[in-house]
Ligand binder design. Structure first.
Ligand code: ADP
Length: 267
């Protein structure tokens, strides 16, 4: 039709050969758009019934002590699974929003020390004393971005460190200089990740160990969310890990995303 905008993917194969390939990717683009809309709509529609279910289960759990043990066990199983479904639906919705929206509307200079501390507290609650979690805020500059999105990315990385690093280990949440940019990183000294998995780690539902991930309560979407948040902030994710030697997840931001904070403002 007339309004159709053709999108071409052009690949150049070596200058000497002078061969140019052009492929019409309009259809591909439309299919991708349909997939995104479908996932967003389904997740949205699932939200209400799940909220109703969770509400009833909550009411019944108040009466759990009056129920026979078998029923009360079943009830807590239903609650746990409803919780999981709600987390999954919320993550799917968040991911769709990140893909569909252009972003940048609620960008502002972030108080990095406060952000790191807030995430440290949430991660410590999840860890329940099994890890020593510390914060290092070395770069005095502020990151200009969406507080909600950056917090969600950092929480995902910190929660993963708690879930996959194993017992009694150290986790560091750090904001530091890197080149002329800066880097937000989460470092653990846990089991690490085999390099063969690294290229696929940010794919939706990709897991190193399927069985364990279900048990740990992750949705399989955490790193996909991190990747999309970073794309919207001109940043990239670097994963550095060796089996048995821990893992470091680095979010690398360019200098253009940083702002000097006056000392009066900081105080
Ligand atoms: P989920 O945690 O819900 O499974 P993610 O996308 O957050 O999904 O993570 C994908 C996989 O990457 C996890 O299943 C886990 O196997 C691996 N992973 C993530 N963070 C770490 C870490 N700090 N140490 C070891 N493995 C990790």
């Amino acid at each position: 039709d007339d309004s159709r905008i053709l999108q071409f993917q052009i690949t150049l194969y070596g200058v000497d050969e002078r061969l140019v390939m052009a492929r019409d990717i309009t259809r591909l683009h439309r299919l991708e758009q349909m997939r995104r809309d479908f996932v967003a709509n389904v997740s949205h529609e699932l939200r209400t019934p799940l909220t109703v279910l969770a509400g009833y289960l909550e009411t019944y759990s108040d009466m759990a002590d009056q129920l026979p043990p078998r029923l009360s066990r079943g009830l807590s199983q239903m609650q746990a699974q409803t919780d999981r479904m709600q987390n999954l639906v919320n993550d799917l919705l968040l991911l769709s929003r990140l893909e569909i929206d252009q972003g940048g509307r609620d960008d502002g200079p972030l108080d990095m020390a406060a952000l790191l501390e807030a995430v440290r507290r949430d991660a410590a609650a999840l860890s329940d004393g099994r890890h020593v979690i510390t914060v290092e805020c070395e770069d005095p500059r502020a990151l200009v971005g969406s507080e909600q999105e950056i917090r969600s990315a950092l929480s995902n990385l910190a929660f993963n460190a708690v879930r996959y690093a194993g017992e009694g280990r150290h986790i560091v949440l750090r904001w530091r200089l890197r080149g002329d940019g800066a880097c937000l990183e989460v470092q653990d000294d846990g089991e690490g990740i085999d390099p063969v998995h690294l290229p696929r780690l940010t794919e939706r539902f990709y897991r190193v160990d399927k069985g364990r991930s279900t048990e740990t309560g992750g949705t399989g979407l955490g790193l996909a969310i991190v990747k999309h948040v970073l794309l919207r902030h001109d940043a990239r994710l670097q994963i550095d890990s060796r089996p048995g030697r821990g893992a470091t997840f680095r979010c690398v931001f360019p200098a253009g995303r940083l702002r000097e904070i006056q000392s009066a403002q900081r105080a």
